[in-house]
Structure formats: structure tokens, C-alpha cells
Design a protein around this ligand. Structure first.
Ligand SMILES: [Cu+2]
Length: 353
């Protein structure tokens, strides 16, 4: 009897580990995203003192159109959820993906939460049930004379066809997501080129008078002072318009880097000598943090990415503040032509287009 209980307990544990394995893997992913050493905000000791003020305001401060000032990040948006925030669901959220702010991300999150997880859970519970049934029903004690059955055509057909059918069903949303991620940016998409360097990022804006932004990680002290998550905050963000298709190009200047922002479901390698390109539309304004996701050398962990998505008018103001120009017609260009008279050369070149 003891042996039977032991076996039953072991098989229960095995089945539970199957059920929860994906959650554990996700937790690891999350830990990676949270950045080594980001303990100041998300970890234990200093967090309790600081987490209240650190990850700043709930809303973006109002900004005058025409002027540009950096946007304050929104707590738990576009960054790893702070498990110590005390908000309901904070811990649970930190076990899964970040909230998504792109259409692909929303689709992928739906597929994971409402499609894959239920299927995995149902299969795991079914297998657990079968295991327990077999352990009890076909134990040595219950069957002193073992059965010599070797084949059963009906059951073999079923256990071949049913798993194959499940895979075919999963393939539908899976291939849909894959295809969506390969969608080509439309002709009028805003082009931004992200170059990975050892160990920082550079962003250039070929449509906007060749603006070039060099982006380095802020020290933990400066990040906290700014109300941003340490190890994710940068001195100069990649500023983009929200709600507009973006053509994100990535390339490596020295070794392979990878441009990844979890809350936008965006990851693309930056390979020397090869220009990769991918469509990204950020649904709403905000600050979204990511990291280099290809092991690229000693300071790989210290080249974060911060994307600031602004309403188009404010993006135009940022472009002007950088001495750039807005392409085509529209308010941005008029303002640029007026304000940027000293930089006439650049403005004229863009106007001539
Ligand atoms: Cu890198």
C-alpha cells in the first residue's frame, strides 16, 4: 500500500511539473527582461524605500504643442512590472508577459493566454488523470497475473490522430502570428535606423534631415532621479510618433546585437553588413523599455533601449528640437522652415524633395 501511495505521489509531482513548466520558463524570461542589477527598483532591500516615488507619474504631464520635453514613463507600462508595487495583480503580472502596446503583441498575448495555456493545461490534466488511473488500476497488487496485450489498433489510431489534429489547430494562430510579423512596412512608413554599437545604440532618422541620436545608459542614481527604472533608462531616447507605421531598420556596427522591446512584441537582430527591417506600429504614446538581446560583449547588459512614442505633433516638435525637418507637407514642415532658418541647408534639401 505504501509503495502505491509513493508512486501516486511521484506521478502527481511529475504531472504538476509539466503543468507549471511554462510558467517557470516565463518567470525566467521576465527575470532576464528585468535586467541584472535592476534591484534598486524591482528587487528587495532598497525597493521598499524607493519604489513609491521611483517609477514616476501615472500620467504624462501636459505638453505644449510646439515645445518638446521628455515624457515621464508610466508605472508598469512598457517596463517589467514591479512585484513590490503593492498593486493587485502585480506579482501575477510579473510571471507572464508585459502588457502589449502593438497589434502583434496583443494577438500574441491573446494566443498565449487564451489558446496555448488552456490547451497545455487540458493536455497536462488529461495525462495526469491517465497516469493516476494506470497507477491505481494496473498496479502489481491489482494484477497479480499481468496482461499480455501488445496492440490495440483503435487506441493507436486515436493517439496518433488526436495529437496531430491538436497541432494542426495550434498551427492556425501560430502561422498567422508569424505572417503578421513579416508584414512589409507601407511606403509612407517613418524610417528609423537603429545601429548597435559596443555598447550603446545609435538612432538615425533618414526621413527627418539625418538626425542622429546616440543613446547611452544612465547611471542608476540618475535614472532614479528622473523617475525611470534603473538599467533601462537612457540619456537620449529613440523618439517616434505613436499610431503611425514605423519602418525599424537594425544593423550592427561591430558585432551582432539585437533590438528588443518586450511590451511592443518587437525583436530584431542587428547584424553587421546586413540591414534588417520590420514594421512596428505603437498603439499609444508612452515610454517603452527594452534591451540588447544578443550576447555582444562585456557590457552587453548595459545597452538598454528606451523608445518614447509621442503624438505626431509632439514628435514634430522633437524633430525640430533636434534640428531636423518633417518630410512632405503638414504643420511640422512649415514650423521647421520658420524656426530652423539658420540650418537652412538641411531644411531646403528636405523641402526640395
Ligand atoms: Cu548588444
Amino acid at each position: 500500500m505504501n509503495a502505491r501511495i509513493k508512486i501516486a505521489t511521484l506521478s502527481l509531482l511529475a504531472a504538476l511539473s509539466v503543468v507549471f513548466a511554462p510558467q517557470v520558463a516565463l518567470a525566467q524570461d521576465d527575470a532576464l527582461t528585468a535586467a541584472p542589477g535592476s534591484g534598486e527598483v524591482f528587487g528587495e532591500a532598497p525597493a521598499s524605500a524607493a519604489s513609491g516615488e521611483i517609477v514616476a507619474s501615472e500620467t504624462t504631464p501636459p505638453q505644449a504643442v510646439g515645445a518638446y520635453s521628455p515624457m515621464a514613463p508610466t508605472k508598469n507600462k512598457g517596463m517589467p512590472t514591479d512585484p513590490n508595487s503593492g498593486e493587485p495583480g502585480a506579482m501575477a503580472k510579473s510571471l507572464t508577459f508585459q502588457d502589449q502596446y502593438s497589434k502583434d503583441g496583443e494577438y500574441a498575448l491573446w494566443m498565449h493566454n487564451w489558446f496555448l495555456l488552456p490547451v497545455i493545461t487540458a493536455i497536462s490534466l488529461f495525462v495526469l488523470g491517465l497516469l493516476l488511473y494506470v497507477v491505481v488500476r494496473y498496479s502489481r497488487r491489482a494484477n497479480p497475473e499481468p496482461s499480455r496485450t501488445t496492440h490495440n489498433t483503435w487506441i493507436e489510431v486515436v493517439w496518433t490522430i488526436v495529437p496531430a489534429a491538436i497541432l494542426v489547430v495550434i498551427a492556425v494562430p501560430s502561422l498567422t502570428l508569424l505572417a503578421r510579423q513579416y508584414e512589409t512596412p507601407p511606403e509612407d512608413a517613418v524610417t528609423i535606423k537603429a545601429t548597435g554599437y559596443q555598447w550603446y545604440w545609435g538612432y538615425s532618422y533618414p526621413d527627418h534631415g539625418e538626425i542622429e541620436v546616440i543613446s547611452n545608459m544612465l547611471s542608476d542614481a540618475d535614472a532614479i532621479k528622473n523617475g525611470e527604472p534603473p538599467q533601462l533608462a537612457v540619456d537620449n531616447r529613440m523618439v517616434v510618433p505613436a499610431g503611425v507605421p514605423l519602418r525599424i531598420q537594425t544593423i550592427g556596427a561591430d558585432v551582432i546585437h539585437s533590438f528588443a522591446i518586450p511590451s511592443l512584441w518587437f525583436k530584431q537582430d542587428a547584424v553587421p553588413g546586413r540591414l534588417n527591417e520590420k514594421l512596428l506600429t505603437i498603439e499609444e504614446p508612452g515610454v517603452y523599455y527594452g534591451q540588447c538581446s544578443e550576447l555582444c560583449g562585456t557590457r552587453h547588459a548595459y545597452m538598454p533601449i528606451a523608445i518614447e512614442a509621442l503624438p505626431p505633433e509632439q514628435f514634430a516638435a522633437w524633430v525640430r528640437s533636434q534640428g531636423g525637418t518633417m518630410p512632405g507637407g503638414g504643420t511640422g514642415e512649415e514650423a521647421a522652415a520658420e524656426e530652423e532658418a539658420p540650418v537652412g541647408e538641411v531644411a531646403e534639401v528636405a523641402l526640395a524633395d
